[in-house]
Ligand binder design. Structure first.
Ligand code: ADP
Length: 446
């Protein structure tokens, strides 16, 4: 097993990884920008190294600085967390070339699944149904209009290298294709440095349902159930739950068996998620995330399995510690993403946390790097906390979540807690009756 792990990330996810390491008796190295001198992940780690100024490209994305930090501290392995370098195949390869273990999948699998066009092709080969769409990248507007006529409007223009809901445009007619293609290309080029796009049928009322997989690359593959992440704003997840209130037992079984078999065939290693859209009883693959996800704690709450611990064990060469029969998924779990944003306009709200009180009690977990007096810097993602609640039933989980949201105090900055309070009181949400467009309609009505 590793003796020392460098955590190439910040915020709550750096803390999450630190916690798993400590519980395994592994020492930790934090890296941080000058904006994060006082961050909790730096305070709790055994050692820390400053890797650059505040902009992420000069610090958390600075591969030479991160590899040097690993070398001077004598770390054995690097965990990339999520975001930043977590889906950089080049980073994974360089980590291994420099003699450190990469806590994640192979560079080859990150590369294959990081490009959505090659990922969809791989999915088809693995026997997974995909959203009907263009058979690869589109050269220009004319090629897109051609495909759209074949698929049928409305269509979604998507960036091959996209992520975080960026680089996507809906087109409802040939006229709209002419503006949607350059708009998606421009955004994709600006955010991902890759302007390639493809087309998909735009589903009218799907749910986003994803499967959490753990695989050891030695034949061991298990799933930890599915997550319903349909509550989204601008294609970004806001609240997630497991199990999905939309699936019956037979549909769930079909989805989980399909995903597990595909990952087995792929020979994948580490934690991963297969994302699907679900509409009218059918599942369509949209992408695979070759990393830990923000919403992973809800799967941990219903399974009792520590996903980060398993990632670390697998990276150290150990076989999976569980067979599928050992995995008992019990009760219901919900996660609320708490962002430092105005809950109505969603304008970022960095600044000093003047007072902080965390909810507790049975079945309540808070993953956050906040503390009283901490100054949320303006340079990074606005996610500052995740409130995760578990209950024996969905109803118990909802009652507990309402209670926990009431207790949670984060003063000095604005947060999305009031939005979550409105959501958990909305009859459609209480009934589990929502698709990926529901939240935007709900916000427009208010
Ligand atoms: P990203 O990598 O940016 O998260 P995804 O491909 O995972 O992009 O899609 C993000 C979200 O966009 C999905 O959860 C869903 O809400 C919406 N979406 C993606 N593809 C489609 C589609 N073909 N039809 C309707 N909505 C879609």
């Amino acid at each position: 097993m590793f003796e020392k792990v460098l955590i190439a990330n910040r915020g709550e996810i750096a803390l999450r990884i630190h916690r798993a390491c400590r519980e395994m008796g592994i020492r930790t190295v934090a890296v941080h920008s000058t904006a994060d001198d006082n961050a909790m992940h730096v305070r709790l780690a055994d050692e820390s190294v400053c890797i650059g100024p505040p902009p992420a490209r000069d610090s958390y994305l600075n591969i030479p600085a991160i590899l040097s930090a690993a070398a001077i501290t004598g770390a054995d392995a690097i965990h990339p967390g999520l975001g930043f370098l977590a889906e950089s195949a080049d980073f994974a390869a360089m980590v291994e070339e420099h003699g450190f273990a990469f806590i994640g999948p192979s560079a080859e699998h990150i590369r294959l699944m990081g490009d959505k066009v090659t990922a969809k092709r791989a999915a088809v080969e693995l026997g997974i149904p995909v959203v009907p769409g263009s058979d690869g990248r589109l050269a220009d507007v004319a090629a897109a209009a051609d495909w759209a006529a074949r698929i049928g409007y409305p269509v979604l223009v998507k960036a091959a290298g996209g992520g975080g809901g960026r680089g996507m445009r809906v087109a409802r007619s040939a006229g709209e294709i002419a503006t949607a293609v350059p708009a998606a290309q421009g955004e994709a080029k600006a955010f991902f440095g890759n302007g390639e796009v493809y087309l998909e049928r735009y589903l009218a009322k799907p749910r986003h349902i994803e499967v959490q997989i753990l695989a050891d690359g030695q034949g061991g593959v298990i799933h930890l159930g599915e997550r319903d992440c349909s509550l989204q704003r601008k294609h970004q997840k806001i609240l997630e739950e497991t199990p999905s209130p939309a699936l019956n037992a037979a549909e769930r079984q079909q989805l989980l068996a399909l995903a597990t078999a595909a990952i087995g065939k792929l020979g994948y290693k580490s934690a991963g998620t297969l994302e699907f859209l679900y509409q009218d009883g059918a599942f369509f693959f949209i992408e695979m995330n070759t990393r830990l996800q923000v919403e992973h704690p809800i799967s941990e709450m219903v399974s009792g399995i520590d996903l980060v611990r398993e990632q670390i064990r697998i990276a150290a060469g150990a076989p999976l510690g569980y067979r599928q029969d050992d995995v008992k998924l019990t009760g219901h779990a919900i996660e609320c993403r708490v962002n430092a944003e105005n809950p109505e306009t969603f304008a970022p709200s960095p600044g000093c946390v003047t007072s902080y009180h965390v909810p507790g009690g049975l079945g309540v977990r808070v993953d956050s790097a906040l503390y009283q007096g901490y100054i949320v810097p303006p340079h990074y993602d606005s996610l500052v906390a995740k409130l995760i609640v578990h209950g024996a039933s969905r109803n118990e989980c909802l009652m507990r979540l309402r209670r926990a949201l009431e207790e949670y105090v984060i003063a000095g900055i604005e947060t999305t807690i009031p939005l979550h309070q409105r959501l958990v009181a909305a009859p459609d949400f209480v009934n589990g009756d929502y698709d990926i467009h529901w939240l935007e309609r709900f916000l427009a009505r208010a």
